[in-house]
Design a binder for this molecule. Sequence first.
Ligand SMILES: Nc1ncnc2c1ncn2[C@@H]1O[C@H](COP(=O)(O)OP(=O)(O)OP(=O)(O)O)[C@@H](O)[C@H]1O
Ligand SMILES: [Mg+2]
Length: 436
Amino acid sequence: MKILDQEADTGSALSTARLLEKIEIMRSMLRWAARLERRDIEKLLAQAGSLRDEVMQLSHKERFLRAAGGESLPAQQLPAGERRRQLLARSFVFEGVFGDNPKLLDALEVAEKAAPTDLPVLIDGESGTGKELMAKVIHANGARSDKPYISVNCGAIPDTLIESELFGHRRGAFTGAATDRKGKFESAHRGTIFLDEIGELPLPGQVKLLRVLQSHEIQRVGSDEPIAVDCRIVAATNKNLRKLIAEGSFREDLFYRLSVIHLTLPPLRERKDEIPLLLAYYADEAAEALKRPPVKFTPRLRSFLLNYAYPGNVRELRNLLYRLSCLAGELADVAHLPEDIRPRPLGLADGADGRGAASLPSSLGEAKRAASDEAERAFLERGLKEVGGSVSELARRCDMNRSHLQMLLKKHGIHSKDFRVGKPPPADGARQQAAH
Ligand SMILES: Nc1ncnc2c1ncn2[C@@H]1O[C@H](COP(=O)(O)OP(=O)(O)OP(=O)(O)O)[C@@H](O)[C@H]1O
Ligand SMILES: [Mg+2]
C-alpha cells in the first residue's frame, strides 16, 4: 500500500485544497487500517501529526488575513458577545483572559492581529490589569507558540547584572562569572521574550537593547563574538513612558522601536460591568483551591465589591476573593475585608479618611437598599440580644414566620448562638469568624 510521500511535499505552498487532498488519501487508507503493518501505522501517525501542524499554520495565516480586513462590519460596532464569539470562531487562544468589555475586546483584537507577525508589542496599563497575561496571549496565538516564552522582570534585576542576565557572559568577564552563561535572549531564540517593567531598565541597558533590536545580534558580556538571535519582543510597563522620556530616564528611540504595536489595558474601574463575572469566577477558583464551597456575600459586602475602585485591578480582586473564601467559610461580610479598605459603619461612610468614597453606592436605589439592609441587620441583632438568642421567641415577638427569620439571619451571617445568655455578642470584626 502506498503511503503519502512526505518528502515530496516539503516546502510547497500551503493551501486548503492540498491539505484536503492529503486528508482524503489518508481517510481512504485508514479504511484498511486493520490490515496495515505496524510500520505503515507509524507512518500514518507521523503524517497525521505533520498535517495537523500544517492546518495550524494555515489557521494562523487565515486568521491573520481575516483579522486584517475580511469583515464587513468594523468589530467595534458589533455587540460584545458577538466580538468574543468571532474571536472564538477564529480559534483565538484566550489563555484564561475573560471579559466582554469593549476596551478589553479592542485590546484582544489588536493582539490577534499582532500575534502572527514578529512586530514588537508594547503593553501598558496599571498594575494587575493583565499585561503579563496579554503577553502570553500574543505568544500563544503566534507561529512561535511551540517555541520558548521567556519572561524577564527588568525591575527585579540589579543594575550591575542586567546586561549579563539579558545577553549572558563569558567565564571570567567579572568577579563571580565562574562559567560561560547564556542570557535570556539566547534562551528565547526562535520564541518570544517578554520584557516586563521595561520602564525600570537603566539607560545603559536601554542602549544595548536598542542595538539588539536593530542588529538581531547579541554579545555576551566579556565577548566580542556576535551571536544571532531571533526573538519576538513583547514589553510591558505600568509607567507612563512618555513621561519618563520627558524626564530623560527613557530613550525615545527605544520607545518607538518597542511600541510598533501599542496596547493599553483598561483598569478595572473602567470596566465595572465585568466585576460580577470576575467575582463569580474567582469565588469558584478560590473554592477549588481551598477545597470548600464557593463563598457567598452578604448584600452589604456584595455592594462594596461591586463599587470598590480596585487600585490593584484584577489581581486585587482575585486576592480579595481568596482572602474572603479563606476567612469567612460560606458567607462573607465586610468584616472579612482587609482593615485598610473596610467601609466604615453607616453614617461614618464619608469620614475624614476617605475610605467611604470607595464603596459609595452608585445610585439612590442602591443607597436605599444598603440602608435597608443595615437597618434589617441592626433589628435582628438587637432582637436576638433581647431574647437571649432564641429564634423561636424572636419570631413570636415580631409575629414573623420562623423559617423566614432563619433565612434573614443566614443572609446576614448572624448566628443566634452568639446571642445566647451568658455569651457576649461578638465584636463586628470577629462575628463572621466566630460564626464559621
Ligand atoms: N481579563 C482578565 N481575565 C482573567 N484574569 C485576568 C484578567 N486580567 C488580569 N487577570 C489576572 O489578574 C492577575 C494579574 O495579571 P497580570 O500579572 O497579567 O497583571 P500585570 O498587568 O502584569 O500586573 P503588574 O503590573 O503588577 O505586573 C493574574 O492572576 C491574571 O490571571
Ligand atoms: Mg506583570
